[in-house]
Design a binder for this molecule. Structure first.
Ligand SMILES: [Fe+2]
Ligand SMILES: [Fe+2]
Length: 223
């Protein structure tokens, strides 16, 4: 009640007031990334070329990762879409579509160039998804476990780096990455719950895919 009165008085952005602060200094309400209340978008205007480079690298590689994930699920659906596993894959794909949409939006807002390798990830992602799905449900799930574990670890390392630098300054980007990281971990767990580990050669396949993910992450930050 008190907080409601306060928000009405000081025009907290959370109550529809002026969009200035992410975290209101009076009522301590923090805006969610989906209803950003900063004067700027998800990332702050870079202070110097170094910060700009750092943020652009983060956004470029995350966009590439979500793009690749979408292509993987598209490949899985092309093979298993009409089977009993179809709806499960579709559900994860739908979340990936939202992740990609968000990064598309952030890249456009901040004029961040996407990786030049998108055409490659387009094909490689689809082929990876489809070829593992040909091995059956377990193959698709093994691929999902491998990829989602890599993406979760990648997001975790970004979260650590941004937290070390300035958690307040990057709060909105951190919130988005954390939310997506949680979704990726759910996908990973879904893969395990649906027999990924029963695939013959599971560890070999998983390691090979994760090696590919590491290489993809490395080059997508730079090219
Ligand atoms: Fe994702
Ligand atoms: Fe995912």
């Amino acid at each position: 009640m008190q907080r409601a009165a306060n928000t009405a008085l000081h025009g907290c952005a959370q109550a529809g007031g002026p969009a200035v602060f992410s975290r209101c200094f009076i009522c301590r309400v923090t805006a969610s990334p989906w209803q950003s209340s900063r004067a700027y978008g998800v990332i702050p205007p870079p202070r110097d070329p170094e910060e700009k480079e750092m943020l652009h690298r983060i956004l470029r590689v995350d966009h590439a990762g979500e793009y690749g994930a979408n292509r993987i699920y598209a490949g899985q659906m092309a093979v298993l879409g009409r089977t009993r596993t179809g709806p499960l894959i579709q559900e994860m794909w739908d979340q990936e579509k939202k992740h990609l949409e968000k990064f598309n939006e952030i890249l456009a807002e901040n004029r961040v160039r996407p990786t030049a390798l998108l055409p490659l990830w387009n094909i490689a992602g689809f082929v990876l998804g489809a070829s593992t799905a040909v091995l059956g449900k377990e193959g698709a799930m093994a691929c999902t476990v491998a990829v989602e574990e890599s993406i979760s670890e990648h997001y975790n390392s970004q979260i650590r780096a941004l937290m070390e630098k300035d958690p307040e300054r990057y709060i909105e980007l951190l919130n988005i990455i954390k939310e997506f990281r949680d979704d990726e971990m759910d996908h990973h767990d879904t893969g395990l719950e649906h027999d990924a580990e029963t695939l013959p050669g599971y560890w070999l396949l998983k390691n090979a895919i994760q090696l590919g993910c590491k290489a993809a992450i490395y080059v997508s930050q730079r090219i």
